[in-house]
Design a protein around this ligand. Structure first.
Ligand SMILES: C[S@@+](CC[C@H](N)C(=O)[O-])C[C@H]1O[C@@H](n2cnc3c(N)ncnc32)[C@H](O)[C@@H]1O
Length: 221
């Protein structure tokens, strides 16, 4: 039986895409920049909304991770220094709704997502980071219980000490640990700093497959 097809918009190196691939989707990634390290499936370089508008009928589900610099804490200083970042969340949501397809929009805390759920690394066995991310969907999606954060997080720019969790932001130290704990061993510092841990999207992807096609879900789970 053929796999459900997922379009991974704003895919970067494919952290999110890799989790959907593992959940059982056939994944296609789109990014405005070349992404030679993308392994989740076919990669297309281009504008996300333009590609979506022209090709949505080829897909069963659409994921979108528009850039977060307009909302993220880590880009606060650049915004104060006068750098302007467009709000691609609203435009992306409008384009997604227009398709009538099931969708997920991901972004950072502070982004204007509607009734999002929150995923945290602490929810996933073996993932040594907290990295909160929000997910909005027109399907019903749920998060595992949110555990108390008991691990110290490594300060920015310093390698995590024994027992500390990593913060994959900017020019962070500890790339090898980030590769190992996410499983994204082929990505470098840049892609890892942008990525959603695949554990998050594998969790969501399984729910979506179960929702859309229980029989297919039983085969890939
Ligand atoms: C936060 S990253 C996405 C991370 C990705 N979801 C992951 O898990 O690895 C956002 C990406 O959006 C891309 N981007 C920015 N504007 C775009 C546009 N108009 N169309 C397509 N991609 C765009 C950037 O090049 C960047 O790779």
């Amino acid at each position: 039986m053929s796999k459900l097809k997922l379009l991974d918009l704003y895919c970067c190196g494919g952290g999110a895409g890799w989790g959907y691939h593992f959940a059982g989707f056939e994944v296609t990634g789109v990014d405005i920049e070349a992404q030679p390290k993308y392994r989740a499936g076919k990669f297309i370089q281009g504008d996300a909304i333009e590609y979506l508008t022209a090709n949505y009928n080829d897909f069963d589900v659409i994921h979108a991770s528009p850039p977060c610099q307009r909302f993220s804490k880590s880009a606060q200083q650049w915004r104060k220094d006068g750098k302007d970042y467009p709000d691609l969340v609203e435009a992306t949501r409008k384009a997604l709704i227009d398709t009538g397809k099931p969708y997920i929009i991901e972004n950072v805390e502070g982004a204007p997502l509607i009734n999002p759920i929150l995923l945290c690394g602490g929810m996933f066995e073996g993932l040594k980071m907290y990295r909160h991310r929000l997910f909005e969907s027109n399907l019903e999606i749920s998060a595992p219980p949110h555990p108390v954060h008991t691990h110290k997080q490594a300060k920015m720019g310093r390698k995590p000490k024994q027992g500390e969790y990593i913060q994959m932001v900017g020019h962070f130290s500890g790339v090898a640990m980030a590769q190992e704990t996410t499983g994204l061993t082929w990505l470098g510092q840049y892609e890892l700093a942008q990525c959603i841990p695949p554990q998050y999207t594998q969790h969501l992807g399984k729910q979506i497959i179960e929702y859309l096609s229980p029989q297919k879900y039983n085969q890939v789970a």
